[in-house]
Write a protein that binds this ligand. Structure first.
Ligand code: SAM
Length: 268
């Protein structure tokens, strides 16, 4: 099997911090360097960090189709990987750009490209391809997708924002369009990671994690490699309401979300 990372497995015992279990309990968010952690809806930098170290090599290209505040591209810069990030909202893309340029730990040989665009659109795929070509690259070695968890956080009022999809069905359709759009740019044997949580609406648990997983598997060419369950730490607002939520859970007969998923697929 050809290697897809830079780990030297002769010394595998030295990689104590590389996670190999499906249950990810991560303590403190990494707030070093340009990481701020203040964008409502961002993920912790440890997620792209772990994925890149296991599934890419230095000089590879990582595509993040829902860039947000730029967490993935900051990690790319630190780890010597090239990054392409797509974000729909110009003001958020601008914040990402500033942060990425502020990151002081970096490898100057890599590029970080941000595209302000709608990831569901065919022309966005063409623009990504143009970027790759301009750097003499053909394809990408890891795709990370951290979409809105449907309407849990509204990122804007725009109709092309996945957080404004009218129904779960519409949300899944748009998410599926993004997967279809970029699948052919992923190199064979390489990985797609989807980071997503479930939601609770009208007294009903809506398993967005499993639904998006099925949406990916409905497309030919990808196999499921792992379902990772990661602990979710409440934001400050919710933390102050712990008692209230516990009471609601006891009354309503449900459990409070403490986890989200990292779904890992490999291209055949
Ligand atoms: C969950 S956040 C990603 C956060 C990111 N991982 C971070 O650490 O900052 C989802 C992002 O997707 C963006 N988005 C929503 N619809 C989109 C679309 N059609 N194309 C591209 N980006 C979109 C939102 O504006 C939001 O910034």
């Amino acid at each position: 099997m050809s290697k897809i990372n830079d780990l030297n497995l002769k010394n595998w015992k030295e990689y104590q911090d590389i996670i190999t279990d499906s249950l990810w309990i991560i303590g403190e968010r990494d707030k070093s360097g340009a990481h701020r952690g203040d964008y409502h809806g961002n993920f912790i930098p440890q997620i792209p960090n772990q994925l890149m170290r296991r599934f890419t090599k230095k000089g590879d290209v990582i595509l993040d189709t829902f860039l947000g505040s730029g967490t993935t591209l900051i990690e790319c810069k630190r780890l010597g990987r090239n990054g392409i990030g797509i974000e729909l909202l110009p003001q958020i893309a601008e914040i990402a750009k500033q942060r990425i340029s502020q990151e002081s730990l970096f490898d100057s040989n890599v590029f970080a490209e941000i595209l302000v665009a709608d990831s569901t659109k065919k022309e966005t795929r063409e623009k990504v391809y143009e970027i790759l070509k301009s750097h003499n690259k053909q394809n990408v070695q890891l795709i990370i997708m951290h979409p809105p968890y449907h309407d849990i956080i509204k990122f804007s009022n725009r109709s092309d924002d996945l957080s404004n999809a009218r129904s779960v069905k519409d949300f899944l359709k748009l998410f599926g369009d993004v997967v279809s759009n970029f699948l052919d740019l992923l190199e064979r044997k390489h990985y797609l990671a989807v980071v997503i949580g479930d939601k609770y609406t009208n007294s009903e648990w809506v398993p967005l994690g499993f639904m998006t997983m099925q949406e990916v598997l409905n497309r030919d060419g990808l196999i499921l490699k792992s379902i990772l369950v990661k602990n979710m730490v409440n934001n400050r607002a919710k933390r102050n309401q712990e008692h209230l939520w516990r009471y609601r859970a006891l009354v309503g007969g449900f459990y409070i979300f403490r986890h989200e998923y990292i779904l890992l697929f490999q291209k055949r």
